[in-house]
Design a protein around this ligand. Structure first.
Ligand code: PLP
Length: 373
């Protein structure tokens, strides 16, 4: 996209790999041990310790981690799994991929995470599990969701792909439910390029995850259940170990950037909210405009060199795949309205003070020039 008269170019995502990552990958390459070795074992140990679970099992990516976690929790054909209507498509696709049926529920107006009341309404005798998503880096209302899950004997899988290091009341994302699924995709708060992990403290779930990841081999060359090859490489794990050490600094920088933007933008647009006792890690910094303003604001900022994105322009139940399964408008009104109003502004850890001024100044100028009208 040519930026013409733009005085500055601010990207939505910036990935920086330092000397430490380079050295770690070089060490692995020189060792000749390219997969299933010490780096993976140690990353899993360190990540579990960070999240606060007994175990972490790595996978090729976050989507595969979600699928494996669902299977390890016993979800399969004939089961219904409740997912929020407003999330990345992987959350629901994973449910379909393991042969179960996703049931969509609406989200809360403030955090846009799963609405526990809406969850309660859609539980049936076939409901087996619920997958709250910690959207944009803010945890879903896990107290309420866990209570409902306990009452109805549902398994709980946290989709923590956007929430490394997020917490509420001192519990970190991925440590509250029966299991948590993480992604280390290039845009996430910490990355290996591609990668994923499932965290759990349940011994039986941990054992099943290991079997699913290596062709159900209880012993070498003795397959007892159906699995696949879902490992990541030692190069990815080595990068992950360094990224994990950087995560707290990255998250703090995201929080500072978010605080700056919210200070400047409140009153002009709806800024993201953080519930008392919770730590938002701002995987995305998402504002909400009035309906009809969003796309004009996005192009105004693009002309000035500020990259933005819409997460997400369509709630899941209105994707063609899910419409074809019988879903219709009106099933999740809060999600449907959010899809028309949300806009993600840059918040990544490498923004300078000037970048932040420039982003806020762009939004302010848009409203001063009464494009908002
Ligand atoms: C990124 C993401 C995933 C999938 O992770 P991948 O590593 O890209 O497969 C799942 N759920 C949510 C909410 C995500 O943001």
């Amino acid at each position: 996209m040519p930026v013409g008269k733009a005085a500055r170019r601010v990207r939505l995502v910036e990935v920086r790999m330092g000397k430490e990552e380079l050295r770690a990958v070089e060490r692995v390459l020189r060792s000749g041990m390219l997969t299933r070795g010490e780096e993976t074992r140690r990353f899993e140990e360190e990540f579990a310790r960070y999240v606060g679970t007994r175990y972490a099992v790595t996978f090729m990516n976050g989507t595969v981690a979600l699928e494996a976690a669902l299977q390890a929790l016993g979800v399969g054909p004939g089961d219904e799994v409740v997912v929020p209507a407003f999330t990345f498509t992987a959350t629901a696709n994973a449910v379909l991929r393991v042969g179960a049926r996703p049931v969509f529920v609406d989200v809360e107006p403030d955090t846009l995470t799963m609405d526990p009341d809406s969850l309660l309404e859609r539980i049936t005798p076939r409901t087996r599990a619920v997958v709250p998503v910690h959207l944009y880096g803010h945890m879903a209302d896990m107290d309420a969701i866990m209570e409902i899950a306990l009452d109805h004997r549902l398994r709980v899988l946290e989709d923590a792909a956007q929430a490394h290091g997020a917490s509420c009341k001192d519990s970190k994302a991925g440590s509250v439910g029966d299991a948590g699924a993480f992604s280390f995709y290039a845009t996430k708060n910490m990355t290996m390029g591609e990668g994923g992990a499932v965290t759990t403290s349940v011994e039986r779930v941990h054992r099943r995850l290991l079997l699913l990841r290596k062709h159900g081999e209880e012993k070498r060359y003795e397959t007892t259940s159906l699995g696949s090859n879902l490992h990541l490489t030692e190069m990815q794990a080595a990068i992950g170990r360094i990224q994990l050490r950087r995560l707290e600094d990255y998250n703090e920088a995201r929080r500072r950037n978010a605080a700056f933007l919210s200070q400047r933008l409140k009153g002009l647009v709806e800024t993201p909210s953080e519930k008392p006792g919770c730590r938002h890690v701002y995987h995305q910094y998402v504002i909400r405009t009035q309906p009809g303003q969003r796309d004009r604001l996005a192009s105004y900022l693009r002309e000035r060199g500020v990259e933005t994105a819409v997460h997400y322009p369509r709630p899941l139940h209105l994707h063609p795949l899910y419409r074809a399964l019988g879903h219709v408008e009106g099933e999740a009104p809060v999600a449907e309205e959010a899809a028309l109003r949300v806009l993600s502004l840059p918040v990544h850890p490498f923004l300078s003070r000037e970048d932040l001024e420039y982003i806020a100044g762009g939004v302010e100028a848009f409203f001063q020039e009464s494009h908002g009208a």
